[in-house]
Design a protein around this ligand. Structure first.
Ligand code: NAP
Length: 241
């Protein structure tokens, strides 16, 4: 049970069509505390909850989320949206591969979209009184933990997301102290995002999406004010910023 949340919660997972988000939806759909589940992605595909088609990188997409909620309070928001590779974006191994277009795209998807989504949903989170936000980031966004280098755009965008999360947590603490925000690292998980880069990960460190989702929900279930504004790994340990 989510210690911070009341019974009969409304939950929204963004990034629900694939990977960790899809596994989160499967588990939240049968969670005894969840009353209504909203499952959003660009494709709008979900086997669980109310499927919502929304691209959170656009104002229109963020408004589609607001419309789907229809004035309901939002107790649990988990945003899994992230992009490591795809058209026009590949993790850079060396400085010469860094381009302005790919960098700006990474910042938009991996950092800015999360903050603007909270901006759009803030009235719904505030209306819940007690609410939890879980923003999926990545350990590679930690500046203090960066000993390997590489992946300039993704690392910088996740670091930017972390700073936005931290800044937002401070403001929430002042304006809406019942709304807690946790920055979460899911661990390396076998999804479309990580698959091209998972070959060197030992099997015991490569999680299934189901296991990753269960571990993230376990962190959110015990989260209270002491966890607010922190950067937490899948096992509940704190990650340096
Ligand atoms: N997998 C790992 O090993 C790993 C490790 C560390 C951190 N992470 C982080 O964990 C998060 C989840 O990763 P994942 O592996 O589950 O990724 P994934 O398998 O690529 O899934 C991403 C999900 O986000 C949706 N999405 C992408 N862009 C969107 C947008 N603009 N608006 C709405 N939905 C969008 C995708 O569906 P549509 O295409 O239908 O929109 C998909 O459902 C990411 O933030 C990632 O950086 C993952």
């Amino acid at each position: 049970m989510f210690q911070h949340l009341p019974k009969g919660c409304n939950a929204l997972v963004i990034g629900a069509s694939q990977g960790i988000g899809r596994a989160l939806c499967a588990q939240l759909a049968s969670h005894p505390q969840v009353n209504q589940l909203y499952a959003a992605s660009r494709s709008g595909q979900s086997a669980h909850g109310i499927a919502v088609s929304a691209d959170i990188c656009t104002q229109e997409g963020r408004q589609a989320l607001v419309k789907a909620l229809g004035g309901a309070p939002l107790h649990l928001l988990i945003n899994t949206v992230g992009r490591l590779h795809g058209e026009g974006l590949a993790p850079e191994k060396r400085l010469e591969s860094l381009t302005e277009a790919a960098f700006m795209d990474s910042i938009r998807v991996n950092a800015l979209a999360q903050a603007l989504t909270v901006q759009a949903l803030l009235p719904h989170l505030a209306a819940a009184g007690q609410a939890l936000i879980g923003h999926l980031s990545a350990r590679v966004g930690s500046i203090g933990d960066n000993h390997l280098g590489g992946w300039y755009s993704y690392r910088a965008a996740k670091a930017a997301q972390n700073q936005l999360n931290r800044t937002l947590a401070v403001e929430l603490g002042r304006r809406h102290p019942g709304v807690l925000l946790l920055t979460l690292h899911p661990g390396t998980t076998d999804t479309a995002l990580s698959r091209p880069f998972g070959q060197n990960v030992p099997p015991e460190r490569l999680f299934s999406p189901q296991r990753a989702a269960g571990q993230l929900l376990a962190i959110l279930e015990v989260a209270g004010p002491q966890a607010h504004g922190g950067f937490w790994a899948w096992d509940g340990s704190a990650i340096p910023w």
